[in-house]
Design a protein around this ligand. Structure first.
Ligand SMILES: [Zn+2]
Length: 111
């Protein structure tokens, strides 16, 4: 994939909370004084599960790894981890990086 993929989020100007989504306000303090930021595209797996039955547009993707990734900036996001051939090898703490942004799914990470 392209090396120009960037993870976009917002940062709150009041409490400096960062989120990996583009929202109208800060989900931490409620401030509307926010701005878009480019987030670091690397982090680790904080939690994960293997989804064997996907729904809707995710159905044909199953089985897949659905994970909560914590980026280097301590931003947590729910994401799919691609390129996993052995699900038993996936561990909490594994280093992952942004692969692409899917139109329907959002950020997709990989090892
Ligand atoms: Zn805030």
């Amino acid at each position: 994939m392209s090396a120009t993929v960037t993870l976009t989020g917002i940062v709150c100007n009041k409490c400096h909370f960062k989120v990996a989504e583009v929202l109208d306000g800060c989900p931490s303090c409620g401030s509307e004084s926010i701005e878009k930021v480019e987030l670091k595209p690397t982090g680790h797996i904080d939690s994960f599960t293997v989804v064997h039955v996907g729904f809707g547009h995710m159905a044909e993707r199953a089985p897949y790894v659905l994970a909560i990734v914590q980026t280097e900036e301590n931003v947590k996001l729910t994401t799919v981890i691609e390129g996993v051939s052995d699900f038993a090898s996936v561990k909490i703490g594994d280093q992952v990086r942004l692969k692409t942004i899917d139109e329907k799914i959002g950020p997709i990470f990989q090892y």
